[in-house]
Design a protein around this ligand. Structure first.
Ligand SMILES: [Zn+2]
Length: 280
């Protein structure tokens, strides 16, 4: 199975892998922030300037490292430190504004930002082991910010092949559990980027279905894919991107998985496999 191949490969290659410097804490994340009250209308968007990056030439190196030549932005949701300053409004796309960032949810004493950061840490290591160039939107789990619109700007500036924003949900309905993948219906990159984002979501779903975390029981109608228009970190990007809600922290079974390092490593392998499938 593809995940195990990825793992074995990663484990071997990791030994010789040096951690590349993480770009500065200049930017940021997408937040599963509050829903806007109005119905967004699509602004005349520009130029479908995005075109898929050419598949890197097949060489001995790319045969060993399937993500060689690919640039991935990993966005660990929220911030290590939340302050009221993060309530300031920033552009969210579609003419709307929203808070710079939100605190995120938590399960007991385990905060969403910590889960996102811990998952990002292992994901970045695995992506680099597969040859990808990785850009993180925040450099640690102690700082505050950057805002969601800045995180989108980081993604655009990186000219990434894909953005994955890492989150967990906090739904209090009884029995609500599982993962879902958010895509934007109103990306500044236009329809081609939206379609590529849905294709990325499907490729990720194929792999995430094997992690032991069920598809969401409360959103997406069993598809685990949910389209929204209020996610700044997706609306404002010009490259394919998704937001992963990797379980419900208010559900004890999901939370037990999220707390497990082996589960986070398994999810990271699934994300690497999904990206590899989508970008191949
Ligand atoms: Zn979140």
């Amino acid at each position: 199975m593809r995940c195990f191949v990825t793992l074995a490969l990663g484990a071997v290659l990791l030994a010789g892998c040096t951690a590349a410097p993480v770009p500065g804490p200049t930017a940021g994340l997408s937040t599963a922030a509050a829903t806007t009250s109005a119905t967004p209308t699509r602004t005349p968007t520009a130029s479908p300037s995005w075109t898929p990056a050419p598949t890197p030439a097949i060489t001995a190196r790319t045969l060993v490292k399937p993500l060689a030549g690919r640039r991935i932005v990993v966005d660990p949701g929220h911030n290590g430190l939340w302050t009221t300053a993060l309530n300031r409004q920033v552009p969210a796309g579609n003419g709307f504004t929203k808070a710079c960032n939100t605190s995120g949810t938590a399960g007991g004493d385990y905060a969403e930002h910590a889960f996102a950061w811990q998952l990002a840490t292992v994901l970045v290591r695995q992506l680099r082991a597969q040859g990808a160039t990785v850009v993180l939107t925040r450099p640690n789990d102690t700082g505050s910010g950057p805002c969601v619109n800045v995180r989108a700007a980081i993604t655009n500036r990186a000219r990434a092949d894909a953005l994955v924003s890492l989150h967990a949900d906090g739904n209090t309905a009884p029995g609500a559990r599982g993962y879902h993948i958010i895509v934007s219906s109103t990306m500044v990159g236009g329809a081609a980027v939206e379609r590529a984002s849905v294709a990325l979501a499907r490729a990720l779903r194929t792999e995430l279905d094997d992690t032991g975390l069920p598809r969401s029981t409360y959103i997406g109608g069993g598809t685990a894919i949910h389209s929204r228009s209020d996610i700044a970190g997706l609306n404002l990007v010009r490259v394919p991107g998704v937001m992963l809600e990797l379980g419900n922290m208010r559900d004890e079974a999901d939370l037990a998985l999220q707390r497990s390092a082996s589960f986070r490593a398994k999810v990271a392998r699934a994300i690497v496999a999904g990206l590899t499938g989508a970008l191949a």
